[in-house]
Ligand binder design. Structure first.
Ligand code: NAP
Length: 249
């Protein structure tokens, strides 16, 4: 049943974002599904919305490119108007354009920075303002083990994900007095389209370094987001939770 609380998940047309949307719908949140463009809404977002509706909550898709401030502004205003409040924000939208530093184009650096890093600024500023007026809220930022440890071949991506950790800790300090908790998750290798492109021999090699010897499932990430958006994490803020099957130790 609906709790009359609303969660906005960016990049929720597939992968981790879709799993988070479904899990938070199961938890009783009304769900605002952000889709990158009309295509991602038609080919992914609408299906995710149908799955979420099975839990008896209100669900709607909102098209916006998170790297564009004006589009984020319109989306946040629309979500607020439709649902009345925004109680959880999950900054999940992200892309990769991998390559070694010396061969990385400026375009690849800018594209990843604009979506992964500036997108989190855009959405956190806009939704943080709504939450400050509400005097409550939860923000979960999707970082990565690459942001914690660095990763050869992902200079742009690792930088954006490390930046998200800095934004998480700073927002937690600035917004805590208004009842807003801000945390980050840092997944390792999770089975989505983002990791499907890795060659099989590389996947086999990576699994040797993961203690549990497998990639994670999106639902295993969504359950941690559920904790961070729910009542059991009411004294947790400014943290980075690794979800990597013990890859990082
Ligand atoms: P994915 O399957 O590629 O999904 C990424 C989502 O982000 C898609 O829905 C995509 O929309 C959306 N998106 C891309 N650019 C966007 C933009 N400018 N505005 C709005 N939405 C945009 O990847 P994933 O594995 O689920 O990744 C989700 C998050 O987890 C990312 O931040 C990623 O960095 C992080 N992460 C993933 C892993 C992993 O192993 N999979 C590990 C660590 C962290 P379209 O599909 O329409 O393009």
């Amino acid at each position: 049943m609906s709790s009359n609380k609303t969660a906005l998940i960016t990049g929720a047309s597939q992968g981790l974002g879709a799993a988070v949307a479904k899990r938070l719908a199961k938890d009783g949140f009304n769900i605002a599904i952000n889709c990158y463009n009309e295509d991602s809404m038609q080919n992914g977002g609408n299906l995710v919305a149908e799955e979420c509706k099975k839990f008896g909550v209100l669900v709607e898709c909102f098209v916006a490119d998170v790297s564009k401030y004006d589009q984020c502004e319109n989306m946040v205003a629309s979500v607020k108007e439709k649902f009345g409040s925004i109680d959880c924000l999950v900054n999940n939208a992200g892309i990769t354009k991998d390559g070694l530093l010396v061969r990385m184009s400026e375009e690849a650096f800018d594209a990843v920075t604009n979506v992964n890093y500036k997108g989190v600024f855009n959405m956190t500023k806009l939704v943080g303002t709504v939450m400050m007026r509400q005097k409550s809220g939860r923000i979960v930022n999707v970082s990565s083990v690459a942001g914690v440890n660095g990763n050869a071949g992902q200079f742009n991506y690792a930088a954006s994900k490390a930046g998200i950790i800095g934004m998480t800790k700073t927002a937690a300090k600035e917004l805590g007095a208004r009842g807003i908790l801000v945390n980050a998750i840092a997944p390792g290798f999770i089975e989505t389209d983002m990791t499907a492109v890795l060659p099989d021999d590389l996947k086999t090699e990576i699994k040797k370094h993961i203690s549990v010897k497998r990639f994670g499932q999106p639902e295993e990430v969504a359950s941690v987001v559920s904790f961070l958006c729910g009542p059991d994490s009411s004294y947790v803020s400014g943290q980075v939770i690794l979800i990597d099957g013990c890859l990082s130790m």
